[in-house]
Design a protein around this ligand. Sequence first.
Ligand code: OFO
Length: 174
Amino acid sequence: MNKRVESALNDQINKEAVSSQYYLAMASWAECNGLNGTAKFMYTHSDEERFHMLKLIKFVNERGGEAIIGSIEKAPTSFKDLESVFEKLLAHEIKVTESINNIVDVCLQEKDYTTHNFIQWYVSEQLEEEALARTILDKIKLIGGDKGGLYLFDRDLENASIDFSGGSSNEGQN
Ligand code: OFO
């Protein structure tokens, strides 16, 4: 496997692991603060990020590279409020999108069209994740300080079936 591409994919493996831990921290915080719907959403999202990581690990190893499982920074333990949680989530996803775009660039520079094709799944996934985070954030801003609104929002999130898989329900898990 091309070494620059392998290194970019290994960076991404680490970023997906960081994302998974980050959303797990948000899930735990939400659960401790009576926001069960938000907790469910974040636990699911954390699992999906782990699937994104596994998908990359398998791809690198199957193509003759070596996936590296590195260390990750400690996730935050507390958050100011629900709005700040989703603001952080959106900011994080924007950074991940930049990182995916960087892999696309490296693939084109190195003429690695197989990885370029593989990474397109992540390009679509990031589009959807950013759009979802923006929609949720807009709703939270509309609610403002209304506690009843917050209760209903959290309940809706608990009942919503949210698809993080980029369109096809199994793709992210392969
Ligand atoms: Fe892996 O999609 Fe978000 O970060």
